[in-house]
Design a protein around this ligand. Sequence first.
Ligand SMILES: O=C1O[C@H](COP(=O)(O)O)[C@@H](O)[C@H](O)[C@H]1O
Length: 234
Amino acid sequence: MKMYYYADAKQALRSMTDQLGALISAIGEPYFNLAVSGGGTAKKMFSLWADEYRSLIDWKRVRFYWVDERCVSPKDDESNYKHAKDLFFDPLKISTEQIFRIHGESKPYEESERYSEVVRDHVPPVEKYPRFHSIILGAGDDGHTASIFPDNLSLLTAKDNYAVSHHPLSGQARITMTGPQILCRCPIFVPIFGEHKKWIIEGLVKGGEKTTYIPVQYIVRAAEDATIFTDIAI
Ligand SMILES: O=C1O[C@H](COP(=O)(O)O)[C@@H](O)[C@H](O)[C@H]1O
């Protein structure tokens, strides 16, 4: 695990995006398969990409997939896809052919199967799982990553690429990438911002017993190539 500290979230996201841009330029393949997350951190990231990275990255080569989605309509303010669309895809006129969204409006179990297949069809595998060129994760206030919450750690080792989960408080259904699919041997970027997430950064730095890991800690420690970008000094 690598961890880089910055004075604020914007500087951290710039550094992360510079690294992403370098990866996109470096691959000798026509498409760059990128899986993105949702939530407040992703909103900041998409705004920054639209404001500052419009012409700095060859976005035409990027295919966008999702790490997780809330089971709501794509027009709902809770939709992870909607944030990306409003803040980034629409302003940059990203072609719909590059966008592989999770259908939050469909029946959750059917959709997790359909989307697993979409990813298997488009993202070439390494061993058993499709290997994205990069995955951008987030870390929720409770230590969840993707939509793998601390009350459902079995998703960290579930066999399917994507599965259904539920938010522990609201019960909202989600579709989430599972642990083995996240750990598919690609570079993983994890932006984590705000003092309220200091306990997560502390946990990542200190380590501890595997049995007490929260989801984001489990993933970051198990990943071959995970980089944290943070504004949280410890
Ligand atoms: O629910 C979600 O939350 C996490 C973290 O979001 P943030 O608002 O704390 O930045 C996010 O990674 C995930 O994709 C999203 O569905």
